[in-house]
Design a protein. Structure first.
Length: 278
């Protein structure tokens, strides 16, 4: 397996980091996890053939994780995708894809399907809402999901919110992708014994200096003082950190020092287009 960190940033624009997205190559398959800002350009930069991208696995519906999903859908089609693009995600995924295809871009799709013969007919999108358990299997690989906790303690009344992390098993190895989460049981189930854990780490502890940051650290994202503990207790092989808020070099060194208090194993501070072979 080959993991490519296409985007390692978050919702706020960061000139060094694109939005959250990870590609994993297993044999001839190119699986995509999330579709944040700039994902298609990053796929091209990484040398991933767009016609062969898929399935797509969405962790949750924050805009920084699905903001360029339409670009993935349409551009893989324009670049010769031979069949349906499968998109899996938590509750509401089918509605989002239907809105994009049947409303937002319906005229664009009709124009190109009928007016540009070189494009060929429309290749559909098969979206499915999924939860914990087996999500999808392919030739020599399988992806399962666990529900994780991301903002559930914020006290938003009447708001149903499902967030997923994924575990990819192939070639006798396992890659866990945390999604956005705090420390929780679902994350432990994903990470346990994984050869690689790709873990969100939005804040260094040195950034937790106001009530907003404290709230993020408590309810929304794992931080630098937590991620090493998660990796250590679950016996992961390599810890890969991603989904950073924009930081100075000083803050990144601080973040690494925090992690190293609990984690002595291989550590990757994610950068866009970094490659991890498993």
């Amino acid at each position: 397996m080959r993991i490519v960190l296409l985007g390692t940033g978050g919702p706020r624009p960061d000139l060094r980091r694109h939005g959250p997205a990870i590609a994993v190559q297993v044999g001839d398959a190119h699986l995509l996890f999330d579709a944040g800002r700039g994902v298609v350009r990053q796929l091209v930069r990484a040398g991933v053939p767009l016609a062969r991208v898929g399935p797509v696995f969405v962790t949750h519906h924050h805009y920084d994780h699905i903001g360029d999903l339409a670009d993935v859908i349409l551009t893989t089609w324009l670049q010769g995708r031979p069949g349906a693009l499968r998109v899996f995600g938590p509750e509401g995924m089918t509605d989002i894809v239907a809105a994009l295809v049947e409303r937002v871009y319906a005229k664009d799709i009709a124009f190109r399907s009928r007016g540009e013969p070189a494009v060929g007919g429309w290749k559909p999108v098969e979206a499915r809402d999924v939860g914990a358990g087996l999500v999808c299997e392919g030739a020599g690989w399988r992806v399962s999901a666990e529900e994780v906790v991301h903002g559930h303690g914020l006290g938003i009344a009447g708001f149903r919110w499902v967030c997923l992390g994924y575990r990819l098993e192939a070639e006798g190895k396992a890659v866990a992708i945390s999604g956005d989460t705090i420390d929780c049981d679902g994350l432990d189930r994903l990470a346990r014994g994984a050869d690689v854990l790709v873990q969100c780490c939005y804040l260094a502890d040195a950034e937790i200096t106001d009530p907003h940051a404290e709230r993020l650290a408590r309810y929304v994202h794992t931080t630098s003082s937590v991620v090493g503990k998660i990796a250590a207790r679950n016996g992961v092989g390599t810890l890969v950190l991603t989904h950073f808020r924009e930081k100075s070099a000083v803050l990144m060194r601080s973040l690494e020092a925090d992690v190293r208090r609990d984690w002595a194993g291989p550590l990757v501070l994610g950068e866009d287009l970094a490659v991890i072979d498993v």
